[in-house]
Design a protein around this ligand. Structure first.
Ligand SMILES: Cc1cc2nc3c(=O)[nH]c(=O)nc-3n(C[C@H](O)[C@H](O)[C@H](O)COP(=O)(O)OP(=O)(O)OC[C@H]3O[C@@H](n4cnc5c(N)ncnc54)[C@H](O)[C@@H]3O)c2cc1C
Length: 445
């Protein structure tokens, strides 16, 4: 017999689990399906889980700042649920955005003022006092070590920084998704794992349900694509949906490096998250007193689109795409060693490789689709971990409104934030939008 639910969520990552949680709270009987063995084991597991508010659009800043409030209130958000694996922890280090040509920080500051983000402005002396290992020279433009100019001596200084005290990172992103799953279950949400969706069934352009690889058919009038880096494949399973999207998604490889902190500097306990467009890197503390170093996608770094099935098939170091490359290791670590000259750069690459589900303009798609009952929460572009709890509630309310007859394409749903006194036009995230030219077209969103 075919099983029936009100809503099926494809993907139990950090974006899918809060959608299941919030839909269940609204009274929908949900089933979340994932081909991985547990929640958060897709690209969420590889996330740096940094929580910062600097984005290139005001709506992007607002969404992220609203997200801060959930992480600061994590246990309450989860309804004080118990998880046998323990709870993920928000590490409230604060977040430094260096003022450099690599970020349009004046625009960010304007958005901070408009949204009401708490921040401080630091001069270079304050940066030195707070991060004693930092060199505050300006190294712009971002180059790769292969470029002979990479080693030119800097002559100018940075212009200071903008510091957000409420920022930080989450210590275990996969666990955070697991925590949300446990919270959702207390409202009746169900989850199945090791189950791969291979078809989205529909009739007269209305979604009917999903079919799994083993032939199992499960019916629901609502299906939500939260497939992460596989999102484009799931979108293509639903007849006509891909063609109806003006903004598309694809899967981009991204490397993150670990380097031991300089001797005598306790980065793990005294350090901040830093975004440094001047050397094209972001960093945060990592267990073992390491600097975790990611690339901010400067123009000189190549962008590598890969097939997520091939990539994840080889996870654990055996795949063709998922081992760190010496070139990128050197690029990211050497760049960061300009900012922190006493950084210890070992000669063996150490870190994480995973996939971003990028959209054409690096802004996500949170939307309905051209098929009735089929919804999209995709294109999270390496920058939506922090927003997951907000997205869960926003998507659940959007779905509820559409199911009750709202014509979201022509009369976009307006979402009232839970914490900020602010409403967001969810049409901002439409699949039908033109490419948003205000975007940084990078992980900065
Ligand atoms: C290296 C890296 C660093 C990042 N750093 C940050 C950061 O510092 N801050 C930030 O805010 N964001 C960051 N991000 C982005 C953030 O982590 C992602 O936006 C977020 O984790 C995406 O969650 P998701 O639930 O959409 O995807 P996933 O976690 O990938 O979940 C999708 C799930 O769908 C399942 N699935 C797909 N297809 C099928 C199918 N056919 N059948 C069944 N199941 C299927 C997959 O198995 C997977 O578990 C980073 C991302 C990466 C990769």
């Amino acid at each position: 017999m075919t099983q029936k639910y009100d809503a099926i969520i494809i993907g139990a990552g950090v974006i899918g689990t809060p959608i299941a949680y919030e839909l269940s709270k609204l009274g929908y009987k949900t089933l979340t399906v994932d081909k991985q063995p547990d929640a958060g084991e897709g690209s969420t597991a590889g996330s740096c889980a940094i929580v910062r508010a600097h984005y290139s659009t005001e709506d992007g800043v607002a969404l992220a700042y609203e997200g801060f409030k959930y992480w600061l209130d994590w246990e309450n958000y989860l309804g004080n649920v118990k998880d046998e694996k323990g709870l993920a922890k928000f590490m409230n280090t604060g977040s430094i955005l260096l003022k450099s040509e690599g970020h349009d920080w004046r625009k960010v500051k304007k958005h901070y003022d408009a949204v009401g983000v708490q921040y401080e402005e630091w001069d270079n002396d304050t940066i030195k006092a707070k991060v004693p290992v930092a060199d505050v020279h300006k190294f712009w433009p971002v180059r790769r070590p292969e470029d002979p100019k990479f080693y030119d001596e800097p002559t100018e200084m940075l212009e200071g920084a903008i510091f957000c005290p409420e920022g930080g990172y989450v210590n275990d992103p996969a666990l955070s998704a697991h925590n949300i799953m446990r919270a959702a279950e207390t409202h009746g949400a169900e989850f199945i794992f090791n189950a791969e969706v291979v078809d989205i069934r529909s009739e007269n352009n209305k979604v009917k349900g999903i079919t799994l690889k083993d032939g199992t058919r499960i019916d629901a009038g609502i299906v939500v694509n939260v497939g992460g880096p596989h999102s484009y494949k799931v979108t293509q399973m639903a007849k006509g949906v891909w063609e109806g999207c003006n903004i598309k998604t694809k899967s981009l490889r991204h490397e993150v490096m670990y380097c031991p902190s300089p001797d005598g500097y306790d980065y793990l306990n005294d350090g901040y998250h830093m975004s440094d467009g001047d050397v094209g890197c972001y960093t945060r503390p990592e267990v073992g007193n390491m600097f975790l170093i990611g690339s901010e996608d400067p123009e000189c770094d190549k962008r590598e689109i890969v097939d997520p099935d091939e990539f994840y098939a080889g996870r654990g170091g055996h795949g063709k795409d998922n081992v760190l490359t010496d070139e990128q290791w050197k690029a990211q670590c050497y760049r960061w060693a300009k900012r922190v000259p006493s950084l210890q750069v070992p000669n063996q690459p150490k870190g994480v490789v995973d996939l971003y589900d990028i959209s054409d303009d690096w802004i996500p798609i949170y939307d309905k689709s051209d098929m009735d009952g089929f919804y999209l929460a995709i294109g999270t572009s390496g920058n939506q971990y922090k927003n997951a709890p907000v997205v869960g509630r926003m998507m659940a309310e959007l779905i509820d409104a559409c199911e009750k007859g709202r014509d979201h394409d022509n009369d976009p749903f307006q979402y009232d934030f839970k914490y900020l006194t602010r409403t967001i036009n969810v049409g901002f995230f439409s699949r039908k939008r033109e490419i948003n030219q205000d975007s940084s077209f990078s992980v900065n969103g």
